[in-house]
Structures are given as C-alpha cells and as structure tokens.
Write a protein of this length. Structure first.
Lengths: 521, 326
C-alpha cells in the first residue's frame, strides 16, 4: 500500500503527479511558459516565486480553474483534462485557496462538506468523521454545530484545510495556507500536511514564508517570469539561496535607520486602552520619526489595539491624544480628522475599492485637496496622482486599471500610498502591513514605511512575523492574551520575542511590568 | 546580434484580455437595440413625429424620478420603495400651494420632497438602516399621512400657475427639456465632483469608505436629498398634467423608475452606473411599451415585456461584470 510511503523517498519510478510543459497566455502576456515538475506520492513539494512568477496560474491550471494552452497534467500516470474545478475535484485534486471560501452563516460541520460533490445534500448532523477532521487540524475546542462566523480568521483557514483533507484527494494543493495564520496555528497546518503526505498524497505547497518552505517541504520548485528556474531538494537550499533563485539576484537587507534620539515630540499617546474581552489597559506613546510594532499572535489583542485607535471598535475605551489634542474613540472619522490613518489587514473588504481605478483609490481620502469648490480639478488631480505613483513605486501605465486587477503587493502599495504624502496625517497605523504580499512587494512596503517615518510620521504596525518585526521596528511591544508583555528597544533576540508572543510572561516574576498591568484590574 | 530580432516591447498586458470577452455581451446589447429599432420601424405609426413625442414625454416623467433613484443605487443603498407615495404627497402639496403662486409652490414642493426622502437617507446613511425595509415603512407613513390630511379625496389646484408646466415649447413637453438638462447636469456632478466620486466609492464598499474616514453618512444623505428633489420634480409635472392629485397620483412609478434604472444597466449593488444610462433605460422602456401599445397588445403583455427587459439587462450586466473580473 502507499500508506507506508514516506517523504524520504520522493523519487520513485513514476511520480504521482507529473506536470509537463504547461503554458498559459492571457492575451499577449505569457503568464506561464513550459513549466514542468513532478511530485511523488508522499512528497511535500513547494512552489515558490516572486510575485507574477506564474505560481497562481499553475495552481489554477492544476485545480481546473484555467485550461492550459499547452502541456499536460498527469495524475497517477493518466493524462487529465481538467476543465472545471469540479472535474479536478472528482479526479482527486483538492485545493485550499488563498482567499477564504467558507460561509460564515453556516455551521462548522456544514462548511466541512461544502462543495463536496460526493454528498448530494449537506448533512447537518455532526459526524465522527468531521470531528476527526477538525481534531487533525488542531481545532479540538471548536464545536461542529458552532456557526463559522463565530470563529476567528485563522480558525476559518484551518476549517478550509480540514475540508480539503476530507476530500480523499490524491493531490492536495495549498495556496499560501499559512499567510493569515499565526505561528502556532501554522504548526497545526504543518502537522496535518505531514499527515496527508504520510498517507500517500502528493502535496503542492505554495508559500511566501520561506522558513516554513525549507523545514516542511521535501523539494522546492522555484518559478520566475513564468518559467521554472530550478527544482531542488530543500536540504540544498538556504533562505538566501532561495531568495536568490526567486529574484535572480542576491537578497539585500533593507538598511535599518537606528533612531537613537529619545527626546522627540510625542505624536500619539494612548492610555488605558481597553476592549472588553480582548485588550486590557494598553498604553503607548509614539514619537515622530520612529517605527513601533505591536507583536502578537492572532487573538493577542495586537490587531484590536490598532483598530481601536483607528476608531473602528465602538466598545473600546481609551484616552487617545494626537499632538496633545484629545481624540474621541469609536468613530473612524474622528480619528482620520485627528491625523490617524489606518491600513487594515483586510484590504479587500475594509480597504480598497477594487472595482475603481488605482487613481481613485490613491486619492479617495484627499478629495478636498484635488477639488475646487467641490469640483475635481484635473490639474491638481494629475499632479497629486503622479507624485503618489512615484512615491509608491507603482507602474504609471496602470493608474487607470482597476485595483482589483493588481497583484496583492501592488494593491497593498496603493493602500499604504493612500495614507502617504499628506500633511494632515500624523500617525500611520498598519495591521499586518505585508499580509499576502510577496518578498519583493514586502521590501518595497517596508521601505515606504521607513521613508514615512523619516518624513516625520509616527508609524505603528502589528505583526506576527519575527522577521518583519526585527527588520522594521525601532520599538517592539509584545502582547499576549490582551496584555502587554514587554517593551523592547533596539535589537531584541527573536527567541525572546517568540516566547513572549506565544507564552506571555510565563511564570517568571522578573516581568514586573505585566504584574503591575495585571494588578490594575 | 540582429537589431530586428530584439524582443518586442512588453505588450500592454491585460487590455486585450479585459476587453475581448466583453464584445460578446456588447454584441447582444447592440443586437437587442437593433431588434427594438427594427420592430419599431415595422410598426405602423411608430415612426411619426407625434409618436416620438409621446415616447419621450412618457419617458420624461419616469426618467426624472429614475435619475433620483440612480443616485440612491450608485450610493449603494439599493432602492427606495416609497417613490410613488412621495410623488403623490408632493403632488398634493404642490396643487394646494398654487394660491401662493407657481414659483413658491415649486420651491415648497422641491424642499419638502428633498426633506422627506433626505430624512430616510439620513437614517440609512448614519444609522445603517436597511433601505428596503425603511422605505417600505416610509411609503405607508407617507400614504397614511397624505390620506389623513386630504381626507381621502382628490386635491384640486388652488390657482392656475401650475398650467405653465404643461407648456410645450417647440412642440415638445417642458418635462422633456427638464429631463435632458437634469440628466446632463447629474452626469457632470457624478463624474467631475468630489461628491460624485465619493458616492461611487461609498456605494462600492461602504466599510472601506468608513474605515478611510470618508463622510459616508453625509454622502448618503446628500444623495437621498437630491433624489427627493428629483422625485418632487416628477411630482409637480405629474400633478400639473392631471390637474388634480390624490394618494394614487404616483401609480406604478416606483417600479417604473426601478425598471428604467436597471434597464440602463446600473447594477443594484452600487458603485456603478450613470445618469445617461438611466436616460437611455427610460427611453428604452418607454419605446418598447409604445411599440406594444401600437401593435395592440394588452396592458398585461406590456407589463410582462417590461419585466423581461429588466431581467435581460440585469443578466447581461452581471455577465459583463463577471467577465471583466475573470
């Protein structure tokens, strides 16, 4: 049986999945040309690439969402014609999508069997099989009849993984399954992926998190400009060599400006920020020209802190001042008028106007600047726009395109750019600023943020990623279960940060700050 | 080596992709319009000056109200289901106020109209009320108040000033000129002003607009205020034409206006649409009704065909949107 086939012997005589010379063009753009690779049964195979390298197109062709122009897909030695996602599913190709495709109003059990062609109706009863699936992705605490809407975004992603696992697939494709997950939740995904592979499935794992690629996957196929650059076993690779393959150049680490001066003006001051059930008594003051980070896993309250300051949490209480002036909490418009700009972690539903051109999105919040007596002035509109396009490093030719047609990285640049170059913005808040953004886009956004701080803004972002925290922030405040664990200036050790984010202060009495914060209640 | 074999400049990607699939849908639209024209040309008495006037005159009253509804739809608040009742109430007020003179009566009608609908808009904009539910409630409230105050009888005009609205300068009804001027001005407002751009963005994604600190409540309220003023314009023309007004003055206007906006291709989900499209939609619906009337079909058939047009356009708009997003 294939049951015992382990990942240690990926190269068997005939691989389970063989992709031969796949090509796909959109109009005159060749998204993918001659992509070939193979995945053995029991192998976890990573697909990496810079943005626009063609990974998504390959995934779409494998899962039946696009028909290849050329080339063939073999599964178990049989050439498949995957015309629709349903056909692909029947042939045993399961896809965990980049975008969440779960239904919040249905129960967990119903979501688990959603879109499964084999059951003609949705069984409302909780089956032991569904229970086992949930447990396998580490969701033991979640009830089957719980409405999905009551779960966090990370838990929803795990439900989606569980659904794909439940489809008895031969090839499981995971398209950035951990992009929105915290490190702890990611571990559950890794564990379940390993189980699936051990059971004889081929796994294609698309990810931007290179660390996980190297530790989880057996082999790595790197794409660049629509072509496969190399397939290597992960043992031969390092993060740097992988980035080099992806970018075609050696990685450069962005210069970190050490902001040593301490007696700068305090721009934003937050005291006693409390969100019932989520954040306890958070306090922080931000100085102009520095980058601050709230570090915490999902559910730590890091994201709630930012949303509350931005006025998006009606039940929050806090004393917030910008340049000494009090800001009413709970109304986004009040926060914006006070000079607080917020970049949500959900740019699709809470950020951009996807249907509208890049230009509209960039200028959405500064219509008064580009109008005269309420009428749009073409001259001011164009002048403002070209300045912003230049600032954000966007392609000038694409300003007329709808934002929805851009890649995640470019969308995020537009979203951040919307808050830049404005005199009225004093504080920039970013919730997970590089979520779903590729390596190149991430570097560009980090540069934008550093430049914004250099121009005198106070920047505060939340992140769960150590690399980002260490690269970008001058001050890191770690949070765990709604309370601040520790404030770090300079270069904290990543192990310390990770421990504080995942375990809080622990039992150590040395963390006096937490004891004091906890004692206030 | 060879300069001629150098790779071509990077193609202007996506443009080709984005426009090609639309052609199929566009072809259907063109074919549909041609079919209407062909049927029209082959219909007796369709191609006469008198008939053309009849079509645009009947399009004008629905069209002006539909322009108001266009604002509401672009702003993402779906529909107002209280148009007929608002128009009836304003018509009654307008005719009762004739003793004050035409201009004061017009001002009163437009201001009251704007307030009635603007108030509903404020509740939708600031309190995020469901516009469908709210306007159903409003329609009963308005009809009830109008019936109570008028005692359920028709209001006769208290002066003769209203008759100026029935003028036909150049042989065409005044309301037609008003419709054209309003449609063009509204198109300009939507395209060229900060309000117009905000309205499209608020309509497409209200949550994002709110998070960005855009004035969601104000934009929505202004859109509904303007819509109320436009409903009032329809009301004064309708009342003047009928020379009396009762609670049934609005007739089926609510659904006729919705049909005109949808037939123009403005999606009910918000963020898209234009005044000129609504103008075209109103003309299309009016022309098709006219053809059916001339060919002797019953009212039942006319109503049914109106429904089919709306359905067809909604499906086409959906297909087109989906293709352009593929």
């Amino acid at each position: 049986m294939q049951q015992r086939l382990t990942s240690s012997s990926p190269r068997t005589s005939e691989p389970l999945v063989r992709v031969d010379g796949l090509a796909k063009s959109y109009g005159s753009t060749r998204a993918v040309r001659a992509a070939s690779f193979s995945i053995a049964a029991g192998e976890i195979h990573a697909l990496c690439g810079h943005n626009g390298a063609g990974k998504s197109t390959v995934v779409k062709m494998l899962s039946g969402q696009e028909t290849p122009d050329e080339g063939a897909i073999h599964l178990g030695g049989e050439a498949l014609d995957l015309r629709t996602r349903q056909v692909a599913q029947r042939h045993g190709v399961a896809l965990v999508d980049q975008e969440l495709s779960v239904v919040p109003s249905l129960t967990v059990a119903e979501n688990l069997v959603l879109g499964d062609g084999r059951t003609p109706w949705v069984n409302r009863r909780a089956s032991p099989r569904s229970r086992a699936l949930l447990d396998s992705v580490g969701l033991e605490h979640v009830g089957l009849d719980q409405p999905l809407g009551s779960l966090g975004i990370g838990e929803r992603q795990l439900i989606e993984v569980a659904r794909a696992l439940g489809q008895d697939a031969r090839l499981v494709i995971l398209d950035e399954p951990t992009a929105t997950l915290s490190d702890v939740e990611s571990e559950y995904v890794y564990a379940s992926v390993r189980k699936v592979a051990a059971a004889g499935c081929a796994v294609l794992f698309v990810s931007h998190r290179l660390g996980e690629v190297l530790t989880l996957c057996d082999r790595v196929t790197v794409m660049r400009d629509g072509q496969v650059v190399a397939t290597s076993t992960s043992g031969e690779l390092t993060i740097d060599s992988l980035i080099e393959q992806m970018l075609g150049e050696a990685p450069h680490h962005p210069q970190k400006v050490t902001a040593a001066e301490v007696d700068r003006d305090v721009v934003l001051s937050v005291e006693g920020l409390t969100v019932p059930g989520r954040v306890q008594d958070f306090a922080l003051s931000l100085q102009a020209g520095r980058v601050y980070a709230v570090a915490g896993q999902l559910g730590s309250g890091a994201s709630d802190v930012l949303r509350a300051i931005a006025g998006l949490v009606p039940e929050a209480t806090a004393s917030v001042t910008v340049d000494g002036a009090r800001v009413a909490v709970g109304r986004p418009i009040a926060a914006v008028r006070a000079g607080i700009a917020f970049v949500s972690n959900d740019r699709k539903s809470e950020g951009l106007f996807l249907d509208k051109p890049v230009s509209w999105n960039l200028l959405a919040t500064r219509l008064p600047d580009v109008t005269r007596l309420g009428v749009v002035s073409r001259r001011r509109w164009t002048a403002r726009l070209s300045a912003l396009v230049e600032l954000c490093g966007l392609d000038r030719g694409r300003v007329g395109q709808s934002v929805g047609a851009l890649s995640g990285g470019n969308q995020q640049k537009v979203f951040v750019g919307r808050c830049l170059g404005r005199d009225d913005v004093r504080v920039l808040l970013l919730d997970e600023p590089t979520r779903g953004v590729d390596v190149g886009g991430r570097a560009a956004i980090h540069t934008l943020l550093r430049d914004a701080a250099g121009a005198g803004l106070a920047v505060l972002f939340s992140s769960t990623e150590l690399e980002e925290l260490l690269d970008l922030a001058d001050v890191v405040v770690t949070m765990h279960k709604g309370v601040v664990v520790q404030r770090h200036e300079g270069e904290p050790a990543s192990a310390v940060l990770l421990r504080e984010m995942t375990h809080g202060a622990g039992d150590s009495a040395a963390h006096g700050a937490v004891v004091a914060a906890g004692g206030d209640r | 080596m060879n300069a001629l074999s150098a790779p071509a400049a990077p193609p202007r990607q996506r443009d080709g992709l984005r426009h090609r699939p639309r052609l199929a849908v566009d072809a259907v639209v063109v074919a549909g319009v041609l079919a209407v024209v062909a049927v029209g040309l082959s219909t007796d008495r369709f191609v006469t000056v008198a008939n053309a006037k009849a079509i645009i005159t009947s399009a004008s009253l629905v069209g002006i109200a539909a322009l108001g509804l266009t604002l509401i739809m672009i702003g993402g608040s779906a529909v107002s289901l209280a148009i007929s009742q608002s128009v009836a109430a304003i018509g009654m007020i307008f005719l009762s106020a004739q003793s004050l003179g035409l201009i004061p009566a017009l001002v009163i009608a437009v201001v009251v109209g704007a307030l009635i609908t603007g108030l509903q808009g404020a509740v939708v904009g600031y309190a995020a009320a469901n516009p469908v539910v709210l306007t159903i409630a409003a329609s009963f409230a308005i009809a009830g108040l109008a019936t109570g105050i008028s005692g359920g009888v028709s209001v006769a005009p208290s002066g003769l000033g209203y008759d100026h609205l029935n003028a036909t300068p150049g042989g065409v009804a005044l309301s037609v000129y008003v419709l054209l001027v309003l449609a063009l001005s509204l198109e300009w407002v939507l395209r060229r002003t900060a309000f117009g751009r905000s309205l499209y963005m608020v309509g497409e994604n209200r949550v994002a607009a709110r998070a960005a600190g855009m004035p969601v409540g104000r934009t929505t309220t202004v859109a509904w205020l303007a819509a109320g003023a436009l409903f009032a314009v329809t009301a004064v023309f309708t009342a003047a034409f009928n020379t009396s007004a009762n609670v049934n003055l609005g007739g089926t206007l609510t659904f006729d206006a919705i049909a005109a906006v949808l037939a123009g291709g403005t999606p009910i989900s918000g963020g898209r649409g234009s005044a000129l499209r609504t103008l075209a939609g109103a003309l299309l619906v009016s022309a098709v009704s006219d053809i059916l009337l001339l060919r002797g079909y019953s009212t039942g058939v006319q109503v049914m065909v109106k429904g089919l047009i709306v359905l067809a356009v909604v499906v086409l708009v959906h297909l087109r949107t989906r293709e352009s997003h593929a």
